[in-house]
Design a protein around this ligand. Sequence first.
Ligand SMILES: [Zn+2]
Ligand SMILES: [Zn+2]
Length: 337
Amino acid sequence: MRSTHTQSAVLSQARGSVSVESIYLGEPGPGEALIRMEACGVCHSDVFVATLEKLPLAPVTLGHEGIGRIEQVGAGVADWSPGDRAGITFLGTTCGACEWCTSGRERFCPQQTNFGYTLHGALTEYAIVPAATLVRVPENLPAALAAPLCCAGWTAFGALREAGVQAGQSVALFGLGGLGHLALQMARLQNLRVAAVDVAEDKLHMARESGAEIAVHGETAGRTLQKEYGGVDAALVLTPSAAAIHQAFRSLKRNGRLVLVGLAVSQYELPLVDTVLKGITVRGSYLGSRQDLAEVFRLAGDGLLRPHVQTHALVETPDVLDRLRRGELMGRAVITW
Ligand SMILES: [Zn+2]
Ligand SMILES: [Zn+2]
């Protein structure tokens, strides 16, 4: 018998602290599902949410890389049954009617809700969520390996697609953390030439082992990639660093694409003359399409993608967040139950 409470990693208030607490959890209402979580990744966006000046929901349970099994469904839920495996991503409910929702770009719906931000997230033993927000997860993937695909994998895949590069072209990946190490594997699967960029030597070492053609230090990456490649076709900035954006811009060849992914509350400046005269495309990339997510799960299910994970207990979440903030984690930290 389930208790009336669940242990959750909770952000107390805007810019507040994260602690593990016992939260009351009732029964799933109409359209909702009760899920027993098996694993949930810890994402840099959890750190980002904790830095915001205002929160739409506080206290809020963090987490948006959740894998679990349905325990119970509320009235009117026909697509899911107890025992089904389900994933929770950052994307919650959407309006279903706007121009973005009706063209497969639900992630840009202005009325979207988000797990671990406007909705309680997946860093919890049990969660009650709108069933329509859940995604199917292949049975043959261990939960801890499936979890990072819900945000890091999905986001990396979407960003690579937005970069619009073809086999044989070059891509520079700035930041080899949770997103970057998966983007590297995906880029290799697409036969792209990969330049890996980070400020941490151990991450550059990992990148070389994972098939990066070149692994260079972030501080001088722009100049190095101009020298070695004559500039790259695309640069993905997967880390929330203004310095990385600057170096990524400098690393591009003419008509190159700069794809911004990492989030921080900050501004960035780019050289206008070079943007214009070199015909540079600058774009943001957020998550990916539903099809992208299905493809990411398929690649992992087929053994072609292998997230590097370290597993932790829920009580370690505050410490894991601190280490993530300091850039000390390799691959993805995943909380397991
Ligand atoms: Zn995330
Ligand atoms: Zn919409």
